[in-house]
Design a protein around this ligand. Sequence first.
Ligand SMILES: N[C@@H](CCC(=O)N[C@@H](CS)C(=O)NCC(=O)O)C(=O)O
Length: 195
Amino acid sequence: MRIYHVPRSRSTRVLWALEEIGQPYELTLMEGEDRQTDEHRRRHPLGRVPVLEDEEGFLFESAALCLQLADLDLDAQLNWPLATHERGLVYQWTVFAMTELESPIIEARRHREDDPALARAGVERFQVAAAAVEQALDGREYLVGDRFSVADLVCGAVLILAKDAGLTDELPNINAYLERLEARPARQRATAIGT
Ligand SMILES: N[C@@H](CCC(=O)N[C@@H](CS)C(=O)NCC(=O)O)C(=O)O
């Protein structure tokens, strides 16, 4: 397996998943502008990271890659058995992270300077979605069952972006949760790679 990675980008969450499962992998560190080469567009049609290469070809979309890696090493217990309610919850929170949380965070961060009204709308949308996570974490350490799963990895990676933008200050359950997630050795190894 090979991961195409730009430090401090969405590929960090895939490195985190790779480090959690502990399987060997190759790393191609890229500069931002390397992504728009024809060579990289053959790996990812939009010229983005992350891309994961396996024996049969290239895969993209960070959340999909994390779910795939969870299935590659069942011993790591990053997911729950197929067709269980817990498996459904893992899909729920993983998709929620990408659709309801990440897009308003990006909008709030990207438009802070050039379009404050758009940025504020992003913050408001984020707050509504984040309240659902805050409530789900009430009295619980993780989103699904009693252990860390790939749902926490993807939600956590997205919420760390929000925390870095100062959007989680009023969310105590989320802040404690992120502290737990950022203390994981696999997360720390992933963020140190290429920096
Ligand atoms: N939905 C995609 C988004 C991928 C994405 O936008 N990656 C950024 C880095 S965080 C990128 O490579 N951007 C380069 C560009 O847009 O040219 C995913 O989660 O993998």
